[in-house]
Each structure stands twice: as structure tokens, then as C-alpha cells.
Design a protein around this ligand. Sequence first.
Ligand code: MG
Length: 378
Amino acid sequence: MKGCVMRVRVRLEELENKSLAPYAAKSGQSLGRKYPEKEHDFRTAFQRDRDRIVHCTAFRRLEYKTQVFVNHEGDHYRTRLTHTLEAAQIGRTIARCLGLNEDLSETIILAHDLGHGPFGHAGEDALGDLMESHGGFEHNEQSLRIVEVLEDSYQEFPGLNLTLETRVGMQKHLKEKVEGYHLESRIADLCDEIAYDCHDLDDGLRSGLLKPAELAQTDFWNETSDYILGKYSNIRDAQLNRLAVRLITNRMVSDLMSETRLNLKKYKIQTADDFFNTPHPVASFSPKIQKRKEELEEFLKHYLYQHPRVIRMTHKGKRFLREIFRVYEECPAQLPSHVQARGKQEGIHRAICDYIAGMTDRFALEEYKKLFEPFERV
Ligand code: MG
């Protein structure tokens, strides 16, 4: 029995070699982990990475971190966690259809937002300002810091000791490709974009902050709603909105797959090395869909992300974080002992920043009350 179980990973690796495209990342050829470990008996290296991410503390915190709407605004809006799951789902579909390593794409996406602080991008801006002369703050870098340093569950190593391929895939905005970079990483980035464009559109409509009449400025919405009304002339508004979001998602996903397939042919990408060496963007949308996507993003920026209600919600969060940071900075003895200990190793500002970045929205709000309201228990 033991021998049989032990062969499962080897069989999975062989299956990958046979069934995945020649340009896909193969778990059996992974460049490995920083702290060498024997690989697992019945999971591939990338599957093991994925499971470590799903079981880590930072992953569970995503449930109470803001995507666009602060958690207490309503139960049906996306959170960082559901955003992550939607993006991972899209990533798996695309990877599978392109013959790529589904496990690696999924793993990278599940980890990509671990470093987000509370209150979405407003929180990131606040921490960025506060850390300006102490090494800065950026959520992608923080995601890496979590999996390399901060997660504390293993006796043998700090962090999660993930494979190089997963860690490289988590580094967005790479200036140039580095060893371990694969097409799966690029797909993961684009799936993140598809997921947030589409679900922010959905949440914006649900909240009433976005109006279909205003959305009619965009080609994506016009073409899609015309198509729907041609097919179902008496559809209810709410159903039309939801169907339109589904169709727009589907259009982006299908387009990314077909355009990427064309590029693989056009640039003669046969192996992972060919992908690594080509100067061309292999994973991309067609010019037509790229244009529509940018137009939709501009629209969301203007009508949703800069909507006074969204700004009020997130700006309030930003103020909380700033004040909490200042209180800790003034008297670090108020911090939990593990944070003080890290402060001794890495400087108190970095330790405070890590602590605050790890907070969920609701933890930060509770902490604010404890620190500032005289009749609140400390
Ligand atoms: Mg994201």
C-alpha cells in the first residue's frame, strides 16, 4: 500500500509530461524550494504549494479584507477571498484549455493578494506613506514576504517554503523575466484582471453606484445588452445585468485563450524556453477586446472606485490605519510580544507595518476602538 501511495506523485508527474503542452511548467522539473525537502508522496510540488497557501493564516484573513466595498457594507459584495477564488477559477479554466499547468496557475492566483492590508488600496496607500522613509510598502512584495518570512507554522523553515515557480509567479511587474518564470505566471496576472473588472462591475451594479444608462458609454456594455435584448426582449433589469456580466467575462476569457493560441503559433513557442526567450507578449487579448477592457476599466475607475461613497468608506479606513500606526510607533510596548520581538530583529516600523498589513478590516476597526475609545476594554 505504502509503495502504491508513494508512486502517486511520480505518476502525476509522468501524466503532466505526457498531457501538458510542451511549453507548460512541469512540477517534476521544478527548480525546487529554498530549504530542500523531500517531495510529498501523493501531491505534486505545485499542488503542495497550493495546499500550503490554502491552509495559511493570511489566506483565511482574506475573508474580512476589502475588495472595493468594506465588509460591513453588505453580505453579497466580493471580499478579497471571493475575488481570489473567482480569479483562481478563471485561471484553472484557461490553463486547462491552453494545456498549461493548472495547479501552478491556481497556486499563484490563490497567493497573489495575501499581502493586501485592510481597506483595499486605500490601506495600501496609507501604509506606503507611513513607511516612506522605512523601506516602503507594496502589496505584491508583502505577499512574497508573507510566504517567505512571516507565516509561522513550520519548524524547519520560515514562511511556507514554496517552489521557485510559485514565488516568481507572485512577483508582478517584473522588469525582466527571471529564472522560474512561466506562461502560467502571465496567465495568472491576466485572470486577476478579468476577475476584478467583471466582479467590480457586478458589485457596482448591485450597489446602485453604477447605472446601466451610464454604462451605455462603453462598447462592452452596449454590444452585450443589445445582444441580450435581441434574444430576451422582456428580461428583468437585474437578470440582464447579471447575464451581461457573465457574457463579458466569457468574452474576455475566450478572447485571451484564442489570442494566446494565435501568439504561440505566430512566435513559434514550442517549449518553456521559447516562451522565456521571446521578447513578444505571448499571453494577451486581441486589440479589439484590449480596447474594450481598457474602456471598461476607465469607466470603473471614474464611476465606481472614485465614487464619493467608495472614497468615504476607504478614506475612513485610511485614517484609522494612520492613527493606529502612530499610536504603536509612539509606544511600541502596547504591541503584542511577537510583534515587539520582530521589531527587535527588523526595526519597529517594519514590524508595525507587517502587523497592520496582516489585519482584517474588522480587526483594524476593533483595534481602533480599543486604542481610542475611553470606555472600551483594551
Ligand atoms: Mg487581485
